[in-house]
Design a binder for this molecule. Structure first.
Ligand SMILES: [Zn+2]
Length: 213
């Protein structure tokens, strides 16, 4: 019988000769097992080859990692050496007269200009104040009287005294101008009080002032 001759050619342990069912490879279940193994010669060879290849791949992974680490270490050492050379050159340069002059100029330039952060903060604060004033002012009036020019501002709510004080203080700050308060000549109680407390050296209204001058 054909089956029995194959079994004899690849004798298998645990299966006495003459078994009606020859032991087939556990993997392919096509070819007879190799000796005491559970797989056939082909499957064993294929598995060994795959194993060898994965081992080789792992080895080359390790090797490439190692070489990358080595390259990194080499680059770090080169950087360090370059920095040291640069430091030495810097010290040599700093010791020369022109080096001293250069470094002094650099230092003066660094401490000279205003701190950028402070400058930006102040600019932003000014912008914010300008916005507050701009939101309240609806009309800029330009008046000429006896050849003299006067500018006046009309506010969105011209009965809001507190807001008017805020806006006038902002403009005084932004324009770096003197603030002159002219109390209401028709309201002798509150405005006159405020005027005396806030601006003791105030001048009188525009009409009286222009009369005086
Ligand atoms: Zn097989």
């Amino acid at each position: 019988m054909q089956d029995q001759s194959v079994v004899r050619a690849f004798p298998t342990a645990g299966h006495p000769q003459g078994s009606t069912k020859p032991d087939l490879c556990a993997q392919c279940e096509l070819r007879p097992r190799l000796g005491a193994l559970t797989r056939c010669a082909t499957c064993v060879r294929v598995a060994a080859e795959a194993d060898r290849q994965s081992h080789q791949a792992a080895e080359s992974r390790v090797a490439s990692k190692r070489s990358a680490r080595e390259a990194e270490a080499r680059a770090a050492a080169e950087r360090q050496a370059a920095l040291e050379r640069l430091g030495e050159m810097y010290l040599q340069f700093a010791a020369t007269p022109e080096g001293t002059r250069f470094l002094e100029a650099q230092h003066a330039e660094l401490i000279g200009p205003r701190n950028d952060h402070e400058y930006v903060k102040a600019a932003l604060a000014r912008d914010k104040e300008r916005e507050v004033a701009a939101n309240e002012i609806t009309v800029v009036s330009h008046m000429v009287e006896w050849g003299r020019n006067y500018l006046a501002l009309t506010l969105r709510n011209d009965r809001d005294h507190a807001r008017a004080r805020q806006v006038s203080a902002i403009l005084q700050r932004l324009l770096e101008a003197e603030l002159r308060y002219h109390p209401d000549p028709h309201d002798k109680t509150t405005s006159a009080d405020y005027a005396q407390k806030r601006t003791p050296k105030h001048e009188f209204g525009r009409t009286s002032r222009s009369r005086k001058r």
